[in-house]
Design a protein around this ligand. Structure first.
Ligand code: ADP
Ligand code: MG
Length: 283
């Protein structure tokens, strides 16, 4: 972990997620909703995996099951070959699977540094001083050191999202789970946070499970883009994004990028039309 943000890590890639025949039925007051149906996915260790699909198709449901926020009805999910959850067994949330949410979740009464060090100190994984040293070192490499003493309300939304990613990386997670983290951002801010996340990924090769509606974001960031069907969710198509890394915005002008984009749009559009006809609302 000491070399986490510096040179390329030499550790074995971790964070392989195996989703096997997963079905999730919500049953609030008998109103049975089949959200995920017999879904199978194999995410390799160190993969930047992006999930796209129509609103309400079941993306967050899958992510929440991996995070341990709720259980699944059938099937199983394994992490690095070990059973994480199954039909009868819900995963526990853990620091090996950190979630970065759309709406952000920094403690407003803590400084940025206190936010970043809070988790490992609270869990007793690190002493305060050790956590601060590590956080400041990491934040220095992430270009965040000069805001360490600021409060979240004093920094921009793009900066806050970067801090959240830094906070997640403090735990050296096996998997970084991101649920439409940049959804509400303007295009300009998005380009900055995209580059930030790509840098973090290039340096750490942590497995990323990233949900988005934004197809450009999906292709720009991802190694594979999993296009989901309209609810109940299954995988409709896997797009292998062979664009070289490190990536920067110039790749958006390449013919290969355009080809991938066209392919992605065709598949997503078909599902979006189905979802629209089925009367799904924007969530
Ligand atoms: P997505 O993230 O792809 O937009 P979700 O995974 O949030 O979709 O939801 C999938 C489906 O499950 C939706 O139809 C949604 O209404 C339903 N759903 C999600 N959470 C619940 C819940 N707690 N109770 C009942 N239905 C739910
Ligand atoms: Mg969602």
């Amino acid at each position: 972990m000491s070399q986490q943000m510096g040179t390329a890590p030499e550790k074995t890639p971790r964070g392989a997620i195996s989703i096997k025949n997963v079905t999730k039925i919500y049953d609030p007051d008998g109103a049975r909703v089949l959200a995920v149906d017999n879904c199978c996915m194999e995410v390799e260790a160190g993969e930047f995996c992006v999930i796209v699909g129509p609103s309400g198709c079941g993306k967050t449901t899958l992510l929440n099951a991996i995070a341990g926020f709720h259980g699944i009805s059938e099937g199983e999910i394994c992490l690095d070959g070990e059973l994480l959850c199954s039909g009868g067994h819900q995963a526990r949330p853990g620091s090996d699977r950190i979630v970065v949410f759309q709406n952000g979740a920094l403690f407003p009464w803590f400084t940025v540094l206190e936010n970043v060090t809070f988790g490992p100190v609270m869990q007793g994984v690190m002493h305060k001083k050790e956590a601060e040293e590590k956080a400041l070192h990491m934040m220095g490499q992430m270009g965040l050191k000069n805001i360490a003493r600021n409060y979240p309300s004093e920094i921009s939304s793009g900066m806050r999202r970067r801090v959240e990613i830094a906070r997640a990386m403090m735990n050296d997670p096996r998997v970084l789970l991101l649920d439409e983290p940049f959804r509400a951002m303007d295009a300009l801010t998005k380009t900055v946070v995209h580059q930030f996340l790509l840098d973090v990924y290039d340096k750490n090769k942590t497995t990323v499970f990233f949900i988005t509606h934004d197809l450009d974001e999906a292709i720009f960031l991802g190694s594979k883009v999993y296009i989901m069907t309209t609810r109940p969710a299954t995988i409709k198509k896997i797009l292998h994004v062979g664009l070289p890394r490190p990536r920067d915005f110039r790749i958006l002008a390449s013919p290969e990028y355009q080809r991938l984009r066209d392919e992605c749009i065709a598949a997503v559009h078909e599902e979006a039309v189905k979802a629209f006809k089925a009367g799904e609302r924007e969530m």
